[in-house]
Ligand binder design. Sequence first.
Ligand code: ADP
Length: 266
Amino acid sequence: MKNRSLNIEKLRKKLKTTWLGKNLHHFMETDSTNNVAKALAEQGAEEGTIIIAETQTYGRGRLGRKWESPKGGVWLSIILKPKLKMREIVKINLLAAVAVAKTIREEFKLNAEVKWPNDILIDRRKVCGILTEAVSEGDRAKYVILGIGINANFELAALPETLRATATSLKEILGKEVDREKFICNLLKNFEVYYEKFKEGKTDLILNNWRKLSCILNRKVQISDYKKKFEGLAIDIDKDGYLIVKLNNGILKKILSADVTLRLTD
Ligand code: ADP
């Protein structure tokens, strides 16, 4: 059947997580799963609560950009309550990127790569975007909403023409639909495993995995924020999730993800 809705019963049965997704809300349509998650978190929803929608009318990217969310995609948000300072939240983003890329590799044998700070690419085309939003209480995160959007079972034609050169979908690459329920279950299991390790303080393990999966390290990149643009070589990410770029004049610069856009230039 074309773009059938998720079979939530099947998903619940297949889910092998300990705590993640035990509380799961499924919508045919929402404005943004992150918005719904935020409202639920404000009402006291527990950690691990998941919101999934078949389509989003106002899916968001970073910096207020629009995230296209046609039917057939995997649009989900996870409520997390890590004991983290606000500036550490970026690590959740890296962790999620590793979990998504690993799951795509394991399941479909595709060469999914992570692009700092929040995209997953296959053959340099975006197949997934991640949006981490946090609400603070002092300098700590009260809760974190992790939004993951994966272009799964739709063709490129479902996206606006302007995105077709830079985006891709699993269906487009594989030439057939994927089992979204199975994929979501494996993704959530992988995420839970990494999140547990992260909570045990094994940040290095996450960062090392991220480095191995990265398509930007040792590549020329252009960074732009609302004021300026500069170019250099992406050298590494440091233990805090900052990107280290060697500028053309040899100076090393630390970049925080919040307000910048990164483009590969080679
Ligand atoms: P960036 O990749 O520049 O960091 P974001 O992560 O904020 O940007 O994602 C938003 C951008 O992604 C949009 O401006 C658009 O160019 C692109 N985009 C929107 N929807 C999709 C989609 N479903 N698949 C791939 N790319 C998309």
